[in-house]
Ligand binder design. Structure first.
Ligand code: DX5
Ligand code: ZN
Length: 215
């Protein structure tokens, strides 16, 4: 069964506690938290006070996806706010080996995110240090975008790299996930699926989450 991580970016921010409770009661595994700075990506989402408020109500682990430049500046702060996993973009952190160590020293699981245009080959010498790799299947910045089909091949390549090295690295996918793309991703080797608009845009998010769990 895939790990399902609903993205709160698509939640109703005026009713955030209601939507958090909905995820608490659902079969979802994690809360996916998208932090955007308006520099690394064109959009600005939310910052520390909102993550703190989420953590006060969330009963499942927080999977914090940092879409910010120089993410190493904020790792300890997000760890203190309750992040279980922190993922940082390959494209945003120059000294990634050091950044991953910093995340682990802060007590969190560490992951690298790759943009759609970044090949999985950049992970060759760092995969061993990743608890998770998050492959973007849309260009980061916005929810509700169309899934980029080349992601399926990337998942297969990454899965082979992980098996070759006999690692337990989790493959997570983010962007345009629905039942159709989700099925293909799981078949290709994805372990965790982020879903925003597909979950919260539905009149019955809990049943959608159950459907995704069955993939
Ligand atoms: C996009 C974010 C995603 C977003 C996914 O930059 O990283 O987590 O919420 O949204 P959907 O599932 O609507 O594509
Ligand atoms: Zn995300």
């Amino acid at each position: 069964m895939p790990i399902i991580a609903p993205s709160l970016l698509a939640a109703d921010f005026a009713n955030l506690q209601r939507d958090i409770e909905l995820i608490n009661e659902s079969e979802a595994d994690w809360f996916h938290i998208d932090v955007m700075d308006g520099v690394f990506v064109p959009n600005i989402s939310f910052g520390m006070p909102v993550v703190k408020a989420i953590n006060e109500h969330a009963k499942k682990p927080l999977d914090v996806h940092l879409m910010i430049v120089q993410p190493e500046r904020y790792i300890e702060e997000f760890a203190k706010l309750g992040a279980e996993t922190i993922t940082v973009h390959h494209e945003a952190s120059i000294h990634m080996h050091r950044t991953l160590a910093q995340i682990k020293e802060a007590g969190c699981k560490a992951g690298i995110v790759l943009n759609p245009s970044t090949p999985v080959s950049v992970l060759e010498d760092i995969l061993i240090d990743c608890d998770m790799v998050l492959l973007m299947s849309v260009n980061p910045g916005y929810g509700g975008q169309k899934f980029i089909p080349q992601t399926i091949e990337k998942v297969k390549k990454l899965k082979a790299m992980i098996s070759e090295r006999q690692l337990n690295t989790i493959i997570e996918i983010d962007g345009g996930v629905n039942l159709d793309t989700g099925k293909k991703l799981v078949e290709a080797g994805a372990d965790a699926l982020v879903a925003g608009s597909f979950v919260f845009g539905n009149s019955n998010p809990k049943s959608i989450i159950s459907e995704l769990k069955k993939l």
